[in-house]
Design a protein around this ligand. Structure first.
Ligand SMILES: [Zn+2]
Length: 545
């Protein structure tokens, strides 16, 4: 649109209810609260911009505040793009009059938001052109201006701002061809296969933790940026997926509003990039990692823990009874059978049976609340299992698996906690349980150091020791069971767990003797009983610390 002032008249005209008597015989349509608030704000804007010599900062602030409230109330509202545009305008005008640099930053933030959150909206390229002009004339940031202008030409080649952007670019570079370079770069990248989001963005959430998962049709490179608050804008976390596409149906904003994140939204940022934006409210930290088959980018966002009230510890707390909820996670399930044993035994079945027994004993004999990640033969992605434990605010996480090895003499029990793998066996175990290749595991190792911050490594190692010890000693009373010890490996199912978390391998399905034992209900009962004993021992040890 050529003339933004003209446009504003149009917007305001469209938004105003028919005031003139007799203008409409029909009753005005019922309006929602956000819509009403937005109309009020645009009236305020209208009044101040057309009243010459309006110098009171209060009126401007009120206008900005009302627009912001309208936007926050319903960021997915049909008028939200207009609200962002007017917010940009309001802050820009405030900067002109009152010279507070924060207003200019806020204006730029709102224009950027409009272009990014509503890339298909008619005002998006207008917002970008203003943004480019601000970068060039106010911030003297030629590089950034160039980028923004090139973006207009690339994303909105048929839009009415493309020509203006091209003119500006030419003036800046004296005929240089940023746009040509952009086109060339695009051609080069077309040689690679393009990925697309294969399903809507998923999330699990509490007030202090949210996990967001983006699933794509193939591996993608990504880059993230955590933007500081600009003016009144909350901090935003962007993840750009290179060489990717997103279907329009997956672009709807997903409201979260858990106090940590406002919403998540994916959009086609430019022809080659999908940008996923997490609008945050009180995020303290975040971590990102990827998973294979299907390819997923997992974003864990954490906030400040709510302050625990100052009080003297209760008797229960003094005795270390802080453990209330335990998540028991039977590995695999559904389309993922896990290890396949001799005589057709499948890992997913045997670990489900054991997990159910563990849950039953815990429920019957202890005061713990028990959550099973699955109680039937169903497929649950690894990232969802940890997310269940985190969002249910579990105090312990025990994943139950069975082993397999090419050497069919291999046997015994081992228990893992999350850490870097240091031996080939540990790498192989991680590759098997993560359904990933060894090379993917070594990639994972590289980022694991960062991922492990805040995880309860020490406690997890202690829990692993208790479970392993009780399980082996218990089973050895009647059987010849090999103690393979406590080990560490980068198991995806343990990554991001906010409580002590372990993965125990109860037997080798590749070993005939062990499979024979697993067919005996009493043996399974014993395994379950000894896992429970391990958990109890861990909790009991907490008391003495
Ligand atoms: Zn397994």
């Amino acid at each position: 649109m050529r003339n933004s002032r003209l446009l504003l008249f149009l917007i305001i005209f469209l938004l105003l209810p028919p005031f003139a008597p007799g203008a409409s015989l029909a009753a005005p349509p019922q309006q929602d609260r956000a819509g009403k608030r937005f109309n009020l704000a645009s009236c305020l804007y209208n009044n101040i911009t057309f009243r010459q010599g309006e110098t009171s900062p209060d009126r401007w602030r009120r206008c900005a505040k009302t627009l912001k409230l309208a936007y926050d109330q319903e960021p997915g509202h049909e008028k939200a793009p207009f609200a962002l545009y007017l917010l940009g305008k309001t802050h820009e005008e405030m900067h002109e009059r009152f010279h507070d640099p924060a207003d200019l930053a806020a204006a730029a933030g709102y224009y950027e938001d409009l272009a990014m959150i509503f890339p298909r909206h008619a005002l998006s390229d207008d917002a970008l052109l203003i943004l480019g002009t601000i970068a060039l004339t106010k911030n003297n940031d030629e590089k950034n201006a160039e980028k923004i202008l090139a973006r207009i030409i690339a994303v909105y080649p048929a839009g009415d701002m493309a020509q203006a952007a091209a003119v500006m670019l030419r003036r800046m570079k004296n005929g240089d061809t940023v746009a040509d370079n952009a086109a060339k770069k695009e051609q080069q990248q077309d040689a690679l296969p393009m990925a697309h989001l294969s399903q809507p963005i998923r999330f699990w959430s509490t007030k202090t933790y949210t996990r967001v998962v983006i699933e794509t049709s193939g591996p993608v490179q990504f880059q993230e940026a955590f933007l500081k608050a600009e003016g009144e804008l909350p901090r935003r976390l962007y993840v750009d997926l290179k060489h990717s596409r997103i279907a329009p149906t997956f672009q709807n904003p997903i409201p979260i509003r858990d106090g940590l994140l406002k919403q998540v939204r994916g959009a086609q940022f430019d022809p080659d990039t999908v940008r996923v934006v997490l609008d945050t409210e009180s995020v303290k930290d975040y971590k990102i990692f990827t998973m294979e088959e299907p390819f997923r980018v997992v974003i864990d966002v954490t906030g400040a823990k709510p302050k625990t009230p100052d009080h003297l510890p209760t008797l229960a707390e003094q005795f270390g009874l802080g453990v209330k909820t335990i998540v028991i996670d039977p590995g695999h399930g559904g389309k993922d059978p896990g290890a396949l044993g001799v005589n057709g035994m499948q890992e997913k079945d045997i670990v489900l049976t054991v997990a159910k027994k563990v849950a039953a004993i815990l429920e019957k004999e202890t005061a713990f609340k028990v959550i099973l990640t699955r109680d039937r033969d169903t497929y649950i992605p690894l990232e969802e299992r940890t997310a269940i434990a985190n969002t249910r605010e579990a105090d312990l996480f025990v994943s139950i698996h069975a082993n397999s090895a090419p050497n069919n003499h291999a046997s015994g029990v081992e228990t893992y906690f999350l850490s870097l793998a240091t031996s080939r066996e540990e790498m192989q175990a991680a590759a098997r349980e993560n359904a990933a290749s060894s090379s993917q595991i070594s990639d994972l190792q590289k980022i694991l150091q960062d991922l492990m911050q805040n995880s309860k490594i020490e406690e997890s190692a202690r829990l692993a020791g208790c479970v392993q010890g009780e399980l082996v000693n218990g089973l050895q009373q009647k059987h010849d069971v090999k103690n393979l010890g406590v080990k560490k490996a980068p198991f995806i199912v343990l990554i991001g767990a906010q409580m002590p978390a372990v993965l125990t391998e109860i037997a080798f399905l590749s070993n005939e003797e062990e499979v024979r034992r697993l067919r005996d209900e009493r043996y399974l009962e014993a395994i379950a009983r000894h896992i429970v004993a391990g958990v109890r021992q861990y909790v009991a040890k907490l008391n003495t610390m």
